[in-house]
Design a protein around this ligand. Sequence first.
Ligand SMILES: Nc1ncnc2c1ncn2[C@@H]1O[C@H](COP(=O)(O)OP(=O)(O)OP(=O)(O)O)[C@@H](O)[C@H]1O
Ligand SMILES: [Mg+2]
Ligand SMILES: [Zn+2]
Length: 410
Amino acid sequence: MSYVVLARKYRPQSFDSMTGQEHIVRTLTNAIAQGRVAHAYLFCGPRGVGKTTAARVLARALNCEHGPTATPCGVCQACRDIAAGVSLDVSEIDGASNNGVEDVRQIRERVTYLPQRERHKIYIIDEVHMLTTQAFNALLKTLEEPPEHVKFIFATTEPQKLPDTILSRCQRHNFRRIPAASMAKRLNEILTLENAHLSDRAVSLIVRQSEGGMRDALSMLDMVLSACGSSPSDEDVAEALGAIDRNAAQTLCGALIQRDAAAMLTQVEALYCRGVDFKRLFEELALQFRNLLVARSVSDPEARKAALGDLADSEREAAVEMSKNVDPAQLARLFDLVHGAVWDVSRAAQPRLAAEVALLKGIHLAPSQSVASAIARVEALTRQLTGPAVPGSSAVSPISAQARPFRPFH
Ligand SMILES: Nc1ncnc2c1ncn2[C@@H]1O[C@H](COP(=O)(O)OP(=O)(O)OP(=O)(O)O)[C@@H](O)[C@H]1O
Ligand SMILES: [Mg+2]
Ligand SMILES: [Zn+2]
């Protein structure tokens, strides 16, 4: 049998097997139970988070021989035809390639006929924002008052490109990025079904790289399993994904905190040999210092878990352990330093040198509190000597000039 990619193999066939999107599943199942199904839906949201999947499940729910039901049987002719994409009454149309007024005209003509076998005629139009203005206009009338047996389900990643006239005629549902914990759980279930094993760190790396997109996460999993077999090490996974191995970044953080220049340089050398992108490395370091600072500052375990939601349990424990007894001000300043260096390192002619020097500065950071208070004293003295500061001149203290707004990295 030919190989089916994981994303296709594990496409949810029912509402309750969808990961995340609980708010949408709840609304749709209630609507079906109460017989209050709208005639046009618009599913919006980022790539690969379940829009098309939900559209197909909704089509099954409406047309299942035992329905309409929120739990389609999956075995009747209608359910099977819809899953296989061969139903005569459920049409999946790619809005990108069927975007003209002629295409819409065809739909308009066909909706007037009764369904051939199933209960409803359902039109799922993907990438609906690609329709031309004339096509949208041609659709308006039908969308306003379609025949009783017709349902429209539109999906798009770019709802802002849709005309208001269309938006106002649809019931809109916003799909969200899938939360890290739910996604990790789903990936682990799939790994078990595939007889494969990844550490929780490796899973969490995939989750983070996928930025909440399930299709992306599954494609990465496919790649990792085919590149490295069924139980790859964390380093293998990171390398297959071209990602920064978190353990390596953690070692670097440890070296900076301990002011251990030799350990730091050895690690940079190792990462350089592996062809790591230094900009990504610095982004990862900034993220790790943010996490260490959170671990150091939030003592309630539940609140800490929430604030460090992206981390696997073992990673969170490691962060707590590492941040113990470290001066929070030192962590904040290391964050400032690596965060500030991301841009410099990415632009440097020799990124490795720029990275090493930036990190050496981190090792030589003077104990922060004394510097801060020394600067404050110098400033106070300067003010006394020179009178009120001229606006826009030296009014900004070196400390606040260094501080940059925090942007989370992924
Ligand atoms: N919420 C989810 N729960 C479980 N699996 C999901 C979910 N969302 C996506 N997937 C997985 O990702 C694959 C692609 O999902 P889907 O086609 O529904 O994405 P989409 O939102 O329509 O994306 P696009 O905007 O790229 O069309 C599915 O086959 C499924 O394996
Ligand atoms: Mg889709
Ligand atoms: Zn059925």
